[in-house]
Design a protein around this ligand. Structure first.
Ligand code: SF4
Ligand code: SF4
Length: 200
């Protein structure tokens, strides 16, 4: 009868070509798979999960008491240069956002407070979630061809990909409000109209 190790090796060789260029990489892959497939059996003691449980409690407690100690020292003005747990007391304390983070949309305005949007429909066309719906209308100013009579954005469908911002030729839509908590009690409330998008 075949040695089980040999059988396993033959089986792995089906998936990892040990010939040809970069064979050494394939061999390394094969060895890794081989090791993973040959992990030793857990002992009776390890199977009770008690050692793992103790090690987990030890690790959590170590961090807890370290952080607690440093926070107490910070309160009395000591060890200020040693950082304790990085915990933000949300919602009172907000975490600083990255400059490139995409947050809730807004429509930018001209000097006369009208929307910069020229209803070119680029954002509506590119939106992969199909959550933008624009109703275009003729602008009274002959220099501006169109404007959005209504601009609907359904945040409940939006995937925050930022394509609408990227594609806009007028810098009329941005995702820089810093607003992340857009949760609502109904789907209808997630639908933003032009007025709401121009508020922030
Ligand atoms: S961020 Fe993406 S999914 Fe959301 S409105 Fe813009 S294009 Fe559509
Ligand atoms: S791409 Fe910009 S200008 Fe064109 S419809 Fe969208 S927001 Fe308006």
């Amino acid at each position: 009868m075949d040695n089980p190790n040999q059988k396993r090796r033959q089986e792995l060789e089906k998936y990892f070509d040990v010939q040809g260029p970069f064979a050494f990489l394939r061999l390394a892959q094969m060895k890794r798979a081989w090791r993973q497939g040959n992990r030793r059996q857990l002992t009776w003691w390890e199977n009770t999960y008690i050692p793992t449980l103790i090690s987990g409690i030890w690790l959590t407690s170590k961090h807890f008491f370290r952080n607690l100690g440093f926070h107490i020292l910070h309160l009395v003005g000591l060890c200020k240069d040693v950082r304790a747990a990085v915990t933000y007391q949300y919602p009172e304390q907000k975490r600083p956002l990255g400059l490139r983070l995409r947050t809730r949309h807004r429509l930018t305005k001209r000097e006369d407070d009208s929307p910069r949007c020229v209803a070119c429909m680029m954002c509506e066309t590119v939106c992969p979630a199909r959550c933008i719906e624009i109703t275009a209308a003729e602008h009274p100013d002959p220099n501006i061809e169109k404007y959005p009579a209504e601009f609907i954005l359904d945040l409940g469908k939006c995937v925050y990909c930022g394509f609408c911002v990227e594609v806009c030729p007028e810098d009329a839509i941005r995702m820089d409000t810093g607003i992340l908590n857009t949760s609502e009690y109904s789907r209808e409330s997630m639908i933003y109209n032009k007025k709401r998008l121009m508020e922030e």
